[in-house]
Write a protein that binds this ligand. Structure first.
Ligand code: UT7
Length: 330
């Protein structure tokens, strides 16, 4: 199959990570856990925690400013801002609108995409569609997650897993055959209750009972989610490769969602991509939901892991369930 011609490319990226590092040793003093358990089951050694006064919009704006500076664009040139977040600053209006105000991007349409850990793939796919359809020239795609704000810090099954961070990408119509070769997005709402925040919306508003039960915080059936993640990320890898007319052997760098080292290894094994071609930072940041791939992409570029023409496969899975993938020619 002939490789598709990319319509839209990522011009530049940026990231913002809080300075505060929360180690496994500190978590040992907070809940009944151990560095050995966390390391063996997840690969995570530490994660970052944003200060109370910093929200998702501010985190995302920091990452966006770096990406914009690297692209050499100013705020007024941005046509679309797509923010992927599972941790909006508030339910109304969208975090993207707060972020737009922080950037002064007065000519942009701004909205949020709610696809949990698959959010960066979803947001890139939405931006690609809008630009390809001629609805603008430049889009800003941002994943920003303050997971520390929705974690139950007394629940050892979840609080050891998550961290805060943001990543951003400036996206525009492709000019030179680099860019998005394929993408795949999918969801299954019948499994929502395996990974969710049961309360806090209009159906179950926050009241004293909700607060007592901590039903406004994240709940996860870890083992079931693990199995679904391995299965769905394999399907996603297959689909993006198929649509790009490639196989795992053609891929120069796999950037998987960073939730668990065992899921990352299973995805790489399935896609036939050796671990030296897989970007891993889960040990440093834990699961930053949609921001994991955005931050990893920015780090990979900075470390010189992408050369002109490199083919990158991104694969994610998250609450919803949602899953998806994307192949990029750098
Ligand atoms: O990003 C969105 C997608 N999310 C994911 O992909 C996460 C997917 N799930 C996972 O990564 C894994 O399922 C976990 C890391 C969450 C858990 O690992 P597991 O190997 O599936 O463990 P488990 O949930 O089956 O629990 C095994 C044992 C249990 O004890 P018993 O019942 O065997 O006595 C848990 O109570 O480990 C216990 N446990 C812990 N022990 C020490 C659970 N959490 C902890 C903990 N420290 N933090």
């Amino acid at each position: 199959m002939k490789a598709p011609k990319p319509l839209v490319e990522i011009v530049s990226t940026g990231r913002w990570l809080p300075e505060r590092v929360l180690t496994n040793a500190e978590l040992e003093r907070m809940v009944d856990t151990s560095d050995a358990w966390i390391t063996e089951r997840t690969g995570i050694k530490e994660r970052r925690i944003a200060p109370p006064e910093i929200g998702a919009a501010e985190m995302g704006a920091q990452a966006a400013k770096i990406a914009m500076c690297r692209a050499g664009i100013h705020a007024g040139e941005i046509d679309v801002i797509v923010v992927a977040t599972a941790t909006p600053d508030r339910l109304l209006p969208a975090t993207a609108c707060d972020l737009q105000a922080l950037l002064g991007a007065t000519n942009a349409a701004a909205f949020d995409v709610s696809a949990a850990c698959t959010g960066f793939i979803y947001a890139l796919t939405v931006a690609e569609g809008l630009l390809a359809a001629g609805r603008g020239e430049i889009a800003l795609v941002i994943s920003t997650e303050k997971m520390s704000g929705i974690v139950d810090w007394t629940d050892r099954a979840t609080c050891v897993l998550f961290g805060d961070g943001a990543g951003a990408a400036v996206v525009r119509k492709s000019t030179n055959n680099r860019g998005i070769l394929s993408s795949f997005i999918r969801s299954d709402g019948t499994l929502a209750e395996l990974l969710w925040r049961p309360a806090g919306g209009v159906k179950v508003p926050v009241d004293y009972a909700v607060l007592d039960e901590k039903a406004h915080l994240i709940k996860m059936a870890g083992r079931e989610v693990f199995k679904a993640a391995v299965r769905s990320m394999a399907e996603a890898a297959d689909q993006a490769l198929l649509r790009a007319g490639l196989t795992g052997e053609d891929i120069d760098l796999l950037i998987p969602h960073q939730a668990n080292m065992r899921i990352i290894e299973a995805t790489a094994r399935y896609a036939n991509i050796p671990m030296e071609k897989v970007y891993v930072n889960v040990e440093r940041y834990g699961n930053m939901s949609s921001a994991t791939i955005a931050v990893a992409l920015d780090e990979a570029i900075e470390e010189g892991r992408l050369k002109p023409g490199s083919k990158v496969l991104m694969v994610a899975f998250g609450a919803g369930f949602t899953w998806g993938s994307l192949v990029l020619r750098w």
